[in-house]
Design a protein around this ligand. Sequence first.
Ligand code: F0G
Length: 425
Amino acid sequence: MSLSLSADQPEQPANADDGVWLECIECGETFAPFDDVRYTCDECDSLLEVRYADLPTFDDFEGQGVWRYADALPFEAGVSIQEGATPLYEVPSLEDEIGVEALRIKHEGMNPTGSFKDRGMTVGVRVAKELGVGRLACASTGNTSAALAAYGSRGGMQTLVLLPAGKVAAGKIAQASLHGAHILEVDGNFDACLDIVQELAGQGEAYLLNSLNPFRLEGQKTIGLEILEGFLADYDTVPDRIVLPVGNAGNTSALYKAFRELVQAGELAEDDVPKLTGVQAEGAAPMVEAIENGADEVRRWEEVETRATAIRIGNPVNAPKALPGIRETGGTAVAVSDEEITDAQRDIAAEGIGVEPASAASIAGLRKLRDEGIVADDERVACLTTGHLLKDPDAAAAAGSEPVPVPANTEGVLASLAGEDSSDR
Ligand code: F0G
């Protein structure tokens, strides 16, 4: 299996360009990286990964943000809006309550457009320029569309986004709209949108920037690299476990790839690789089903529903990369209810950190696995929160308290406060 942690560094093929090539994860076929537009293997239609002749060590990284890790990326610089370098927050109350040795929240909502998608887009849009394509496109539950619109406009390119009608949070549509994307609302769910965009891309109508695009995942590797560097600086060791929400399983695949490359570079021991632990909403949990059943493939769920609209996904396209990632690192996957997600969103907010519902799934999942004894009390854990609270203002308002109307005078305000003090609020 090529996606094993113990795989050797591959031989550079003749079609590599400056030490970079694309390789099929199933049949091993290699392709020149920038000669043609290609998302999957010509031979067997499986997923592709970017490969490098030289893999960096921590000493090779310099600067800040995604491009600090240029030596682990296909280019030296990209179309950038200063993405990455997100906070690794301490959360002492949650750490105590959940009961682990250390808990940190890596808040990807602090990226320029408010989600981790920016890390992928800074690389993906750079590749689009290299390939000389015209229009950029994605299917999206919202965040990818916001990032594509912003990075596409920054790069001077047209953007097209397909969204599941009625199922995308307000902040995300507002971003895609203001950054100038052509927005189509599809009468279907995210998976249907992705089917259509893949066909459009196959017909040469647009360059696909969903996480099926192997270059986007290169940028997202930097989440894992930042977490490791943060833990090494603060605890002198890497985390035992990284817990993250799962939709298309792009991040799961990207983090696994980052760690595999560090192992191949001799920078990280196989046994020290953090356990990748995926969390899905109960109403959209095909990866959890596959992990629980020990299945080699993920069954596509046609009907999906969850308040965490960002991860309302029934067909995780990166599953062939992510399943080995979860299994090889000794991780697991767990499903949580919408109520557990909202409770976690409130608890994270009580630490001063604002996240959207899908992001809170990571803390909800950790709490559940700790309660079940699957996570031990001596573990050091990083939870990934993938998007900002303001992405989904309606969900935040529904999870928070109602504003109280008062007249425009001090007496009225005091009367209201007095009344409130005697109430249960
Ligand atoms: N969290 C948030 C906030 C997301 O927006 C997404 C994916 C995920 C988690 C899941 O990440 O796909 O790497 O497993 N959002 C995509 C979008 C689908 O269109 O914005 P994954």
